[in-house]
Every structure is written in C-alpha cells, then in structure tokens.
Design a binder for this molecule. Sequence first.
Ligand SMILES: [Zn+2]
Length: 297
Amino acid sequence: MKKKQDEKLKKLTFISTNHTLCPICAEKFFKEELLTGGGRLIAGKLTDELRRLYEPSARFGEVSPLVYPVTVCPACYFAALGGDFEKVEREAINELEKLTAFRRKSAELMFPDLDFKRPRALKEGAASCYLAMACYDHFKPYFMPTVKRGILSLRTAWILSDLHRKDPGANFDYAAKIFYRKALFFYRLALERDQKGEEALHVKANFGPDTDKNYGYDGILYLSGYLEYLYGDKKDKARRLKTLQYVKRLFGKIFGLGKSSKNKPSPILEKARDIYTKIGEEAAALAGGVVEENGED
Ligand SMILES: [Zn+2]
C-alpha cells in the first residue's frame, strides 16, 4: 500500500477514468491529465510573450504544462482544446473526417514517431497544438477559432523552442519562427474579425495565452502588438514605420483601459511600457532615415 502511494506521489500525470468519445471517428480513449499539486509546478519568470516558465523540481524534473490542454484522438488525430472537443458541430464532422489522412500525414511529417497512446512528450505536445490549429479552421465563429489558432500557434512556437534547446541541431528553431509568424497572422486577424463583428471575442473567455493566467482582451492587444513588433515585415522602412505606429496605437489602448480600471493585469502594463519606449526609439531612427531618403539633393 505504502509503495503504491509513493508511486502516485512521484507521478506527474494520471489517466482519466472517464472515457472521451471522438466525434469524428467514434474512437473511445482516456485522456492524460497533469497533476499540479505537491511541488510539481514551481513558477518561474513571466516572459515578454506572457509565457510562464517553470523551474525544474528535484523530484519531478522539467514539467511542461502546455503539453496537455489539447485533447487529441489517438486514432484520427482530431484535436481541440478540452471543452470544445466533444462540441464540434455536425457540419464540421464530415469535413474533418475527410481530412483525416492529410491531418495524420502533415503532423507526422513534422514530428515523426508520434504516439498519442503513450504519455505525452514535448513532440506530442507541439503536435497537439499544431493539430488543433488545423482543426479549428472548421469551427464556427461562436468558438472564437481565430484567436484560439493564434494562441495555439504561439504555444507551438514555445514548445518548439524547448525542443530546440534540447536538440539544437534539429532545426526546431526554424520551425518555431514559422509558428511565431502564424501566431502574428491569427492575432491580427482575430482583432480584425472582432472589430468587424464577424467573430466576437467573448469578454469572459480564457485567452491565456499560457495556462497559468488569463490576460483577457488586453493580452490579445498586447500580443498582437508585440508579435507585430518582433515578426512584422522589417525590410521596407516606410511600412515598418506604419507598423510601429499601429503597435503604438494598440498599446495606447492598453494604457487607456489601465487608467479606467483598478483590476488591470499589471505585468502587461509594465511590459507594454518598456516595449513602447523601444518602439519610439526605433520609429525615431527610422523617421530620420525616411526623411533623408526622400530629401531633395
Ligand atoms: Zn477520432
């Protein structure tokens, strides 16, 4: 008995006793869930991308909570964030069923030897986010698929960066950059669709972007701006200047909202202020350059 308890204390995850039914292929499977108490998660620093880092613990080693939130059917690779998995609408089921072979092939091309029947490793985590990104293309606007695809792209990039750290020769850093750019694309599109009334961002929804905290609509404004600043087009000076001005306007909204509410998530305000200053410096340097180039001589 004692031995059994000790075994449990050493575990990082457990297998759910309730089965999940895949709405696409009717496979029954049991989800792997992360255990969180008992010193398993030691919170470290919050990055400028609003990612929570965790310190490895002596007992459990490195823990990556991002590997678990996406439910993946081990048979057909249909994937979605926990609550959405079994709610996919009937119209989408047909389309998603037709894409099964393609979905499996594209995931395995990027991450060979995937196995969703075993406890997840980093590559299953990255693949789970990637697969859900693909599947959300078929979800109705009510599910807010665009912003979710942004969040999942960002998480894919984060896990790929972890894989790169462990295996620097495998080009995971190159893949991570692709997913950062995808994240930028979807965050930008999510704001546009919200403003046009095509896909409303529900105020109370959890927008992460990480699993530790919900930074809400502010988080979307902030990340949209920050990703634009990091990964937006830098080649054309005049265009870059426009981008920087756009990011300043987005951050201006965060500062404006910050004044009217006492419950603002303060890390965002602090980070946005620092980046705002850097953007100002870059814009000033660029503006000088643009004037010189256009100047008469
Ligand atoms: Zn399935």
